[in-house]
Unconditional design. Sequence first.
Length: 319
Amino acid sequence: MCTIGGNIGTASGGLCCVKYGVTAEYVLGLDVVLADGRLMSTGRRTAKGVAGYDLTRLFVGSEGSLGVVVRATLALKPQPPQQLVLAAEFASAAAACDAVCRIMAGGHVPSLLELMDRTTVRAVNELTRMGLPETTEALLLAAFDTPDPAADLAAVGALCEAAGATQVVPAEDAAESELLLQARRSSLVALEAVKGTTMIDDVCVPRSRLGDMLEGVERIAQKYRLTIGVCAHAGDGNTHPTVCFDAADPDEARRARESFDEIMALGLELGGTITGEHGVGVLKKEWLARELGPVGVEMQRRIKQVFDPLGILNPGKLF
Ligand SMILES: Cc1cc2nc3c(=O)[nH]c(=O)nc-3n(C[C@H](O)[C@H](O)[C@H](O)COP(=O)(O)OP(=O)(O)OC[C@H]3O[C@@H](n4cnc5c(N)ncnc54)[C@H](O)[C@@H]3O)c2cc1C
């Protein structure tokens, strides 16, 4: 649930981005109220257009720091057909990540390719009593909304087996598919219920490093003696390691923050980014500078200065 302004402000994504792309790819033009009160229109209504700098793209993901979006021209697509989902269980997260690479490198175009690790699966069961397989180390959900989704699922199921899946279960119909997706959608709420509070990381890594990312997060969870569940938009390499902690326990809260930071460091080490879709806000300010480097940050600050010389738009965010 979000507003169009917030969605544009954070360049949001979601489960189906692996096929359909993120918000940025759908924003053609904007009406923006600038810091000095003037109204500016950016972009186009046409399929193509390269007149001047792409200010539309600059605003998408700018977290309200450059202007206030009051109108947006969005590209629309026809509603896709009902998707059919497959669930595959793996004995290790590495095997599941290998399957993800095989599927994408094989030229398949799933409408969704999501991963839930063991911790997340157990948390979802605890909350919803869904009866997901608790012996699994990683559960992969793949979906297709193609003309023949059953054939696509069969091909992808074979790739999962080749990567070592211990069980592959294709949904038979829309209702079963929806149930599997419900499990994935419950993940963050379920992890929140573990200890009452969560810090949700949003590290996106090159798909080929997904296995290293999951392995690293497990190491970090052990080091800090914390529960960290990972659900991921695996097809995009976008992971959400979710640190579960008791906010009333100062020592645990400190360990949670340190582990959260270490996960971002790991993401950068693996050639990734500190945020795939949630944005920087306040929590990751220091990390933005680490990712962009001094020259990158300086140029971004200068852009901010041009649009908001008095610093009245979302002060304290991003930098
Ligand atoms: C539990 C949880 C799960 C999430 N899951 C996902 C996910 O799967 N994928 C994903 O991409 N994101 C996810 N997010 C983050 C998500 O990007 C944002 O929460 C959401 O898109 C922002 O929309 P909002 O309407 O809540 O905006 P807000 O949170 O109100 O604002 C978000 C940012 O946009 C700015 N903004 C708001 N309106 C405007 C406007 N009119 N003009 C300019 N700037 C504006 C705000 O200043 C702020 O910086 C999740 C967040 C939470 C808490």
